[in-house]
Design a protein around this ligand. Structure first.
Ligand code: PGA
Length: 256
């Protein structure tokens, strides 16, 4: 990570875990553990139903609350969906878009990812955009092409000014929830490909200023080595973000 040039952001992705009561308890436990530290931003992306409880529990702390998805239309007949405006009205600042589980199980495509990114940014949300190859693509040697393609399509129509509100998370799909973490070198390389792709679109300075996270089985034990890499500006953390002490340890690793 290169803190002189860009913000380090440690973000949790709770996925489909935690009730509002559990969310409140976890955040109350976490707050004193990360108090005083300031070298990175801390975000918890939580299930929609937990948002009001999480926002209330995080109030007055450095923890920002994010959502795990957003719909691209402003309103209307889209049963079960939530708009950017609704999220903002509840105190949400960030939203994860294009997570591999949404691509894998819920029909998310590069085109719908792009629509969500544009809707979220124009409404004023900060976006954590996820890209990453599946194992077959890595084995075929097309990881770099996949990352470039996903990044380019997702950012179509995003202005240079809007890019300042985008974080990209490189998450190799084979490393998510598997305990099989990428090596620091693989993480650095994947993040570097994302940065190079952004450089080709927006120029050197914009690419150097972009926060690129690594995600996939990051935990309190491997975080320091991953975060030591030049292109790794933080993490998107699933499993280990559910336990306050583990998540706090990752924040501490990012502040060394
Ligand atoms: P994991 O999830 O840390 O549990 O592997 C990461 C993610 O899906 O963002």
């Amino acid at each position: 990570m290169n803190r002189r040039k860009r913000r380090t952001v440690i973000a949790g992705n709770w996925k489909m875990n935690m009730t509002p009561v559990e969310a409140t308890a976890m955040i109350k436990e976490l707050r004193p553990m990360i108090k005083g530290r300031r070298a990175c931003d801390v975000v918890l992306c939580v299930p929609a139903i937990d948002i009001p409880a999480a926002v209330a529990a995080a109030k007055g702390s450095r923890i920002k609350i994010g959502a795990e998805n957003v719909h691209f239309e402003e309103k209307g007949a889209f049963t079960g969906e939530i708009s950017a405006k609704m999220l903002l009205s509840c105190g949400v600042e960030y939203v994860i878009i294009g997570h591999s589980e949404r691509r894998q199980y819920f029909g998310e495509t590069d085109a719908t990812v792009n629509k969500r990114v544009l809707a979220a940014l124009s409404a004023g949300l900060k976006v954590i955009l996820c890209v990453g190859e599946v194992l077959e693509q890595r084995d075929l040697g097309i990881t770099n092409e996949i990352l470039a393609m996903q990044t380019k399509i997702a950012l179509q129509g995003v202005s240079a000014e809007q890019l300042k509100n985008v974080i990209i998370a490189y998450e190799p799909v084979w490393a998510i929830g598997t305990g099989r973490v990428a090596t620091p070198e693989q993480a650095d390389e994947g993040n570097g490909v994302v940065r190079k792709t952004v450089e080709a679109l927006y120029g050197h300075d914009a690419a150097e200023a972009l926060t690129v996270q690594y995600g996939g089985s990051m935990n309190e034990k491997n975080a320091a080595d991953l975060l030591a890499k030049y292109n790794v500006d933080g993490g998107l953390i699933g499993g280990a973000s559910l336990v306050a002490s583990k998540f706090a340890a990752i924040v501490a690793a990012a502040e060394k």
